[in-house]
Design a protein around this ligand. Structure first.
Ligand SMILES: [Zn+2]
Length: 348
């Protein structure tokens, strides 16, 4: 009986050693150590043995069984360890690899530029004023001293509203000046930025475009103030302290005198040529860019809003905002600003 136990032990240990899976080990466990296995059988047979044999065989059988159970558990642990090693080899990830960047929203170049202008003019004491896109003839033309027969009112230029009498999509941001002056007492410093509409559509014009409008009214406001404000603003807009301005006489019904403001070309620095001597295409080699219409507010416009034109003076200016964005960010097609192609917008 004792040699049978020893040979059983040998069989189990060698079978365990060659087992490759947990399932094989479990089968061995059931086969040899289970209730129907040889050890149980030996235990059941003990009753037929002498007392001495009972003691010796019983003890040996018990010890051997415990030994084998321990070996089985060790084998389970070994196989599990091997499996974990395998998982570690095949199912891993490198947590130092940079993640995928979530795609977040992005402000449009024009909205960003409007914010910049608000800050630049804000530093010079200008407040932001707003007005409606849908205007009346009264504010868009009459109050701005634009006579009834002025070509700007022409059906060709202005979007008149069919079913709303005397209403237009504003052709300029200037009506905001009128609304503001009617509601506020001087001194006044405001800028107004927003959409304007005209029946233009070609490579350099869009039926909807953006303007930046400025107005300063008070006592002793002169062209010198206009010059100072515009020079400072343009230097900050183009981030170039060497920018200079020049004024040329012009005509707009709501100012007297009317002026065109030019600034030195920020691309070539006013030289007309790039550093590599190639001609500057933006300013067409003249070194200057037309940037803004402006002038001293017409006394009639001041009277229209109830201001005393004998005591008060003021200047006003209006700039095409889209063109300034194109100059500043070197955008060569106007349509890029309005197509909303994310590949373009995301660059800024
Ligand atoms: Zn130039």
């Amino acid at each position: 009986m004792q040699s049978k136990i020893k040979s059983l032990k040998k069989d189990v240990l060698s079978a365990l050693a060659s087992a490759k899976t947990e399932e094989e080990v479990r089968d061995l466990e059931i086969k040899y150590l289970g209730r129907k296995g040889p050890f149980s059988e030996i235990m059941r047979g003990l009753k037929d043995l002498s007392d001495d044999e009972k003691r010796t065989v019983g003890k040996l059988a018990n010890m051997t069984k415990i030994e084998l159970e321990t070996a089985v558990h060790a084998k389970f642990a070994e196989l599990e360890g091997a499996m974990m090693d395998q998982i570690a080899d095949t199912e891993w990830m490198d947590i130092t690899v940079p993640g995928k960047k979530p795609r977040v929203g992005h402000r449009h170049l024009i909205s960003k530029f409007i914010d910049d202008l608000e800050i630049i003019f804000g530093r010079m004491g200008f407040q932001v004023a707003e007005g409606p896109d849908l205007e009346t003839e009264h504010y868009n033309f009459n109050q701005l001293n634009i006579p009834a027969d002025h070509p700007a009112r022409d059906m060709q230029d202005t979007f008149w509203l069919k079913n709303l009498k005397d209403s237009v999509l504003r052709t300029q941001t200037s009506p905001v000046q009128i609304r503001y002056m009617e509601a506020n007492e001087p001194p006044i410093r405001i800028v107004s930025m927003g959409k304007t509409f005209r029946k233009d559509s070609d490579a350099t014009h869009s039926p909807m475009f953006h303007q930046c409008e400025g107005l300063m009214v008070g006592e002793n406001i002169s062209i010198a103030n206009l010059k100072a404000v515009m020079t400072q603003a343009l230097q900050q807009i183009f981030e170039d302290a060497s920018i200079k301005t020049r004024f040329r006489t012009s005509y707009f019904p709501f100012v007297e005198p009317g002026l065109e403001i030019d600034c030195t070309c920020p691309i070539c620095g006013g030289v007309g040529k790039l550093p590599d001597k190639t001609p500057c295409r933006l300013c067409k080699q003249c070194g200057w860019l037309e940037i803004s219409g402006a002038g001293m507010v017409h006394p009639q416009v001041l009277e229209n809003v109830g201001y005393d034109s004998k005591k008060l003076t003021g200047f006003a200016f209006g700039m095409g905002l889209d063109r300034m964005v194109m100059i500043k960010y070197r955008v060569n097609h106007l349509r890029l600003l309005f197509e909303n192609d994310l590949r373009f917008i995301a660059q800024f």
